[in-house]
Design a binder for this molecule. Sequence first.
Ligand code: ADP
Length: 320
Amino acid sequence: AAGGLVVCFGEMLIDFVPTEAGVSLAEAGGFVKAPGGAPANAAIAVARLGGRAAFVGKLGEDEFGRMLAATLRENGVSDAGVVFDAAARTALAFVTLRADGEREFMFYRHPSADMLLTGAELNVDLIRNASIFHYGSISLIAEPCRSAHLKAMALAKEAGALLSYDPNLRLPLWPSPEEARKQIMSIWDQADIIKVSDVELEFLTGHESVADEVALQLWHPNLKLLLVTLGEKGCKYYTKTFHGAVESFPVKQVDTTGAGDAFVGALLRGIVEHLSSLEDEKKLREVLRFANACGAITTTKKGAIPALPTASEVKQLHES
Ligand code: ADP
């Protein structure tokens, strides 16, 4: 593994996915366990592409927590920032794509281990070593994890890391849409890099559009790069001095789970390797083509982590 260290902070959980497609949770006959959680997926995406990655978060000292830590290690992600809690249970989600195309979620989070990480439990040395510190917004939902999140961000920033934010809106987890918007925006102007999906852009701005003037409502003066992912259409990018769009690759989409995390992982892998891509549009477009290819491949396979591609798989599509 080469390049700077990408440290990803936040939730890691087990998704229980029905064995048969197109059923409601109530109808499901059986489930398979799929390790997930957006920041953990992103860390594994970085490692699978040959980069150095670590995950920071809390797991229950149960069968599920041990399975998740093993998943990190098997994928070459450092678990030096993982803390186990003997008194807490690992977060679980039951996720299904119903026949009507709607996603249905049910969570075990009352409170789950990932929300119980404290500031005192942070691996300070690991966080200080980050070239990029990446996080979502789920860890803002409750204390003590919220304070741990804010402390980790401050430690990383102080040590000179770039802060990367994917709000990863999971509306069913929040007490209300207003609270989600408020908490997501409360750390907005600290990030150097922000990635939102088209759906999140619409939610955060209140406009049903991904027009440049709508995206630019999310701009803040300290930001170096704002990205809007557009599913099969690829992505848009905005910096202080240039902006544009990069198309994705035509693929046979099977399951979009993890595409956004794959995109982020490839993006951060590209940026730690080529820091100048934040200022050089040609280099940035190359990185984004690579990130689109990584996202696209992830949609061709079921699940998040099992679908994340290696560097050579991405290169093949990228150079096609
Ligand atoms: P999220 O998972 O956050 O909703 P998207 O669905 O926008 O994110 O996907 C993230 C990225 O993955 C896109 O910007 C694009 O590069 C790639 N991608 C997603 N779906 C497809 C698709 N059907 N065909 C090609 N690329 C895709």
